[in-house]
Design a protein around this ligand. Structure first.
Ligand SMILES: Cc1cc2nc3c(=O)[nH]c(=O)nc-3n(C[C@H](O)[C@H](O)[C@H](O)COP(=O)(O)OP(=O)(O)OC[C@H]3O[C@@H](n4cnc5c(N)ncnc54)[C@H](O)[C@@H]3O)c2cc1C
Length: 587
């Protein structure tokens, strides 16, 4: 079975040394979230993820969730672990104390999201959508709904889901058919079928709060006629306790390639009682609160799976002996595979992406908190623009890289990676959903290019490019080779951005054909920017912790020499246009 050691040292390094966003540090309510508190939280988080949740990865894979007599049964051990998980308050880490939460910022809860994803993504998913639904209700529901539902969700006694997808309506939500019929008492009757619903049913909580997109009978077709409804599995009694069963039933559970412990359900709504959340026909806007935060968390899922895949590859490479290394010190017999150049390249590639991405996500977490909680509206808006720009980037880059990393992990394990014994192939299978759900990565790339890039006349991307340019100016001489590399690739990103903007206007097919590459280029520059912040501290504080900082500098060295330069080939190939793609006739 794979092992896992939560990277608390790296997380604390980020929290202590890179929490340098002035605007983030101005947020009053987080002033008391100090290093000691966060270290205590992360140490406890490490214990629960390593000891309680990690073993659930295997049990969930071997004994998936099942549907028995209309009821979903989660895999062995999930119920007990979930009880402990909510008793210890882990679900409420980032929730508002007003509803029973612990009020931790994203800069802390994101670390926990990563640890959970490393330990067992399937188990994580049973609480992840609860927090997503909580955030959506917090922002868009009225006080009565919030007071009725949020405390129970924060406690983990009730869970949440996100019900968008239907058999003929995936990416294109405008095709949605689920119907909402207005009732005299202000409620709605919801009917239709939703598919692929994560944690659509389970045996862990007393109630399930479905957030459902549906169309009122008098609403227009397309995305402009969609409203958001809260549909509980059990309707509540007047006193707020769980009452009779609502008209929601589970049709089946999907049989999947990975995350088998997570129940992905077909849900049938038959005149189910629903309550409209937010304004009529604006349901998609409200749902985007949930989807945008979820997209970033899906990126973190990829990061978490990458970390555990890397850790186990490193251990294996130190234990497995095969062949003679070029620098072999043994007279006879084979060397450990970690002495082979190619294995070292592979491990460094993983490590340099993971640590750069963790630093990038920490930067983004600070921006998210500024966008939600700063007292100055203008500052909030600027941060919100950056978050919006980076959301598709983090979702796609981290999950695509996780595919590369989990594949490399299998490769390092050789045949033992492909067979089930070591549990390595499960990382690959479990991660494979992350580039697909919450909007496929191609759809993220299109969102980045056709929405985010032209947002505010293209100012948001220009502001971001300027921000990176300004922050590159580190005075330390040792940083010069890294700065030179980043500047070179930042120039390519600038040229690529100009090319994109022109094509969006004059030749959208060319822009479309280049979307994925553009996202990759922006993502790599953003990771390089995050790495440079890490390097700045590493050079400045080198003597205080030589081992740690030397490791950072060498890992960054690999990233800047072997990963960042992927930018150039993406740019060159993407800007060849789309004629030869569109003119080809498929038979
Ligand atoms: C395990 C699992 C869990 C899930 N959980 C949930 C959940 O909790 N709630 C929920 O509502 N849904 C959920 N989903 C659904 C998931 O979000 C969708 O599968 C995903 O958004 C893609 O939709 P689709 O499968 O219909 O693919 P399609 O939309 O049919 O897309 C097929 C392909 O076409 C591409 N494509 C589509 N439109 C365009 C376009 N305009 N331009 C270019 N390319 C395009 C896509 O990138 C993709 O490659 C889940 C799915 C799975 C498998």
């Amino acid at each position: 079975m794979p092992t896992y050691n939560a990277p608390v040292e790296d997380m604390m390094f980020l929290f202590d040394k890179l929490r340098n966003n002035k605007k983030y540090n101005e947020i009053e309510k987080y002033k008391e979230v100090n290093s000691e508190l966060v270290k205590d939280i992360l140490d406890e988080a490490a214990k629960i993820t390593q000891n309680l949740i990690l073993p659930l990865a295997k049990s969930g894979d071997e004994t998936p969730a099942v549907l028995e007599n209309g009821v979903v049964r989660t895999p062995p051990g999930y119920k007990e672990a979930y009880q402990k998980f909510i008793e210890d308050g882990w679900i409420s880490l980032s929730c508002d104390p007003k509803y029973g939460g612990q009020g931790m910022p994203k800069t802390v809860s994101t670390f926990f999201d990563e640890m959970l994803s490393s330990a067992s993504l399937s188990f994580k998913l049973y609480s992840e959508l609860t927090i997503g639904a909580y955030n959506c209700l917090l922002r868009h529901a009225d006080e009565e709904i919030k007071n009725t539902y949020l405390p129970k969700m924060v406690e983990g006694k009730w869970s949440g889901t996100m019900c968008l997808t239907e058999p003929v309506c995936g990416t294109d939500l405008g095709l949605l058919k689920t119907k909402a019929v207005d009732q005299k008492d202000g409620t709605y009757k919801i009917s239709g079928q939703k598919i692929f619903i994560t944690s659509g049913d389970q045996d862990l909580t007393e109630n399930i709060i479905h957030l459902v997109l549906a169309r009122s009978t008098d609403s227009p077709a397309g995305t402009k006629g969609i409203s958001l409804f809260l549909v509980p599995k059990f309707v509540l009694n007047k006193d707020g306790t769980v009452g009779p069963r609502n008209g929601v039933s589970t049709g089946s559970i999907e049989n999947k390639m990975g995350i088998k412990g997570s129940a992905t359900c077909v849900l049938n709504f038959d005149d189910a009682v629903g309550y409209m959340i937010g304004p009529k026909n604006k349901g998609l806007n409200s749902m985007f609160t949930m989807m945008n935060l979820e997209r970033i968390i899906v990126g973190i899922q990829g990061l978490g799976i990458s970390e555990i895949a890397y850790q186990n590859s490193l251990t294996y490479a130190k234990e497995r002996k095969q062949g003679k290394a070029f620098n072999s010190k043994s007279n006879n017999g084979a060397d450990f595979i970690i002495d082979h150049v190619d294995i070292r390249r592979s491990l460094l590639s993983m490590k340099s992406m993971i640590e750069g991405q963790r630093a990038l996500s920490f930067w983004l977490s600070q921006q998210i908190e500024v966008s939600l909680n700063h007292s100055d509206e203008k500052i909030k808006q600027e941060a919100s623009d950056l978050v919006s720009l980076m959301t598709p980037v983090v979702k796609s880059l981290f999950t695509d890289n996780a595919m590369e990393i989990t594949s490399e992990a299998m490769q390092i394990h050789g045949g033992y990676g492909f067979t089930k014994d070591q549990g390595i192939e499960q990382f690959y299978r479990d991660n494979r959903i992350t580039p697909i759900y919450e909007g496929t990565n191609s759809v993220q790339a299109a969102d980045l290019v056709f929405r985010k890039l032209i947002n505010k006349n293209g100012d948001v991307i220009e502001n971001y490019l300027k921000l990176v340019k300004d922050e590159i100016n580190i005075t330390d001489k040792k940083a010069e080779p890294f700065i030179k590399q980043l500047n070179y690739h930042l120039d390519i990103l600038s040229k690529f951005t100009d090319w994109m903007k022109e094509k969006i206007k004059n030749s959208p097919e060319d822009a479309s054909g280049a979307c994925n590459d553009y996202l990759k280029v922006l993502g790599l520059v953003a990771t390089g920017h995050a790495w440079l912040k890490v390097l700045e501290v590493s050079f400045k504080e080198y003597d205080s912790n030589k081992g740690f900082y030397e490791d950072k500098i060498q890992t960054a060295n690999f990233f800047f020499n072997r990963v960042l330069p992927r930018i150039e080939s993406s740019y060159i190939t993407a800007t060849t246009g789309s004629n030869y793609i569109m003119n080809y006739k498929f038979n």
